[in-house]
Design a protein around this ligand. Structure first.
Ligand code: FAD
Ligand code: UDP
Length: 366
């Protein structure tokens, strides 16, 4: 065997696993079918600005070991995500906090004032919230639900909020303090110089082959390595034997503008149905850029079709069951480790992907 591990996918999971193994003297080959490393966290330098090519990525974590790990490859800046939401010609602070409440209701000055409104509005929900609409109203009331949640969510998922699971909205903080930080985690920032540089440094000294699809020669790769670490789609690995898993996709429209500052913030959410996009990203603001030009990206949610990128898992009953069937097959597959968002069919933040690679590598050694 030429390699201890052949790692399919140079995204964050594959690169973390490869880095850990390489550091311990294992022989590792990383292959990726794309023409670049870093998977979905890839950033490309355009006009001196690091452009997040597969959607905006903000690193945030509560895990000290993960934070120290990523900081050992590249320095992180102090970026704190504070998106603003635009509906028609109104602007509100996100996530839902005292700044939002004070602007929504003009008699709100204190947390008690805000709670009075929310408690009054949430009376319409009796018992446990049964869907996303009920969950949202019981968290922040109907006024905010209709202005800042309903349109955004329906565009994002192409479904009525009554047909979506409650847990999706529970990710967003609701705060009775004046604090626009989108995340609750202790550590947050953006790698200075972009995510590609982070992954480049993780893969230093490791053999990487790009434009190389595992499925072009599965048997060959299996004879070349003790173990395969597979981070591609799980259903594809098993030749879709139970059928295809559903995904939501995205379309990005990127423009270079001949002005220094387009929207004054890295992320502006568009929460109404008057436009089809959900957010506009102005990439330079992730790194406090002072370039003369700016690069912006309109993000349009899209139904997944063959040939498109897979972005969000669809965690309804049908897909959860199907994924479980594939997981059972994966458990039986000898000498193959399945990891990352595509192989686990899981909504995974970057820090959890790294943590999971730590754990799977350790488990493999034991
Ligand atoms: P990927 O990055 O997808 O890597 C898998 C790699 O495998 C790809 O490069 C692919 O080309 C390769 N591959 C697949 N099949 C094959 C094959 N047959 N042969 C060879 N190579 C193959 N997380 C955060 O923490 N903060 C954020 O702000 C954040 N924002 C996000 C925004 C969006 C729009 C989305 C969709 C996700 C966001 N995430 C965020 C999550 C983050 O993108 C993931 O956690 C991370 O990219 C997962 O890494 P991965 O290695 O599992 O997958
Ligand atoms: N959401 C919303 N309004 C917003 C932003 C988010 O209603 O302005 C809802 C929407 O349902 C979305 C969910 O909150 O799917 C999670 O948002 P998050 O920003 O975590 O989405 P992601 O980063 O995963 O795209």
């Amino acid at each position: 065997m030429k390699y201890d591990y052949i790692i399919v996918g140079a995204g964050l999971f594959g690169s973390t696993f490869a880095n850990l193994a390489h550091k311990e003297g294992k022989k590792v080959l990383v292959i990726d079918k794309r023409n670049h490393i870093a998977g979905n966290i890839y950033t490309e330098n355009i006009e001196g600005i690091n452009v997040h090519k597969y959607g905006a990525h903000i690193f945030h974590t509560d895990y000290k070991d993960v934070w120290q790990y990523v900081n050992s490859f590249v320095e992180f800046n102090r970026y704190t995500n504070s998106p603003v939401a635009r509906i028609g010609n109104e602007i509100y602070n996100m996530p839902f906090n005292m700044n939002t409440f004070a602007k929504i209701w003009n008699d709100v000055f204190t947390p008690e004032d805000a709670m009075r409104h929310i408690n009054e509005e949430k009376k319409e929900i009796v018992g446990e919230p049964k869907n996303l609409e009920e969950q949202a109203i019981s968290l922040v009331g109907r006024t905010i639900y209709e202005k800042l949640i309903k349109g955004y969510t329906e565009k994002q998922w192409n479904r009525d909020c009554k047909d979506l699971p409650a847990f999706i909205i529970k990710r967003l903080p609701v705060r009775l303090i004046y604090d626009n930080n989108y995340f609750n985690d202790k550590y947050q920032g953006i790698p200075i110089g972009g995510y590609t540089k982070l992954v480049e440094n993780m893969l230093e000294g490791i053999e990487v082959k790009l434009n190389t699809n595992f499925f072009d020669d599965v048997e060959y790769y299996k004879t070349m390595a003790e173990k395969i670490v597979y981070t591609g789609p799980i259903d594809e690995y098993f030749n879709y034997c139970f059928g295809e898993l559903d995904w939501r996709s995205l379309k990005f429209e990127t423009k270079i503008l001949d002005k220094e500052n387009f929207q004054g913030n890295a992320v502006v959410n568009y929460t109404g149905h008057e436009v089809d996009y959900t957010r506009v990203i102005e990439h330079k603001h992730f790194e406090y850029g002072k370039q003369e030009k700016t690069v912006i990206t309109y993000e349009y949610p899209a139904d997944y079709e063959k040939g498109m990128e897979k972005y969000y898992t669809v965690n309804d009953e049908k897909n959860n069951k199907l994924a479980e069937e594939y997981r059972k097959l994966a458990d039986k597959e000898e000498n193959v480790i399945f990891g990352g968002r595509l192989a686990e069919y899981k909504y995974y933040d970057m820090d959890d992907v790294i943590k999971s690679a730590f754990e799977m590598y350790k488990k493999d050694l034991d």
